[in-house]
Ligand binder design. Structure first.
Ligand SMILES: [Zn+2]
Length: 109
């Protein structure tokens, strides 16, 4: 038994991929997959995992238990710009979602 394995690594290994396809991100091929992800322990409490972005394997994973549209924007932002901090990625995700809602309202007018 390996006790060194992290909760995120266990998620990657243990859950089956429900669906997957290939996507191109900044000139490189990535795999986009839908897979249930178990919660992970962060600073002593369990938090849900909405998605993952793995730079080494170039795989973006979306958890279908949550809004995959929002998670897609978030994880693709990570994939495009690995050096961005989490707060900035969340701000970009929110900006996309707000802009999309505003455009939908505008079109419906
Ligand atoms: Zn993130």
């Amino acid at each position: 038994m390996s006790s060194a394995r992290t909760a995120i690594e266990k998620n990657i290994i243990e859950k089956p991929v429900l669906k997957s396809t290939k996507i191109r991100i900044r000139g490189k091929w990535w795999r986009l997959e839908i897979k249930q992800l178990a919660p992970v322990k962060r600073e002593g409490s369990w938090v849900p995992l909405y998605g993952l972005c793995n730079y080494e394997t170039r795989v973006v994973t979306l958890n279908p238990q949550f809004d995959m549209g929002a998670t897609l924007l978030h994880e693709i932002t990570h994939a495009c710009q690995p050096d961005l901090d989490e707060v900035t990625v969340e701000e970009i995700e929110d900006a996309h979602i707000n802009a999309k809602k505003a455009l939908e309202k505008l079109i419906a007018k």
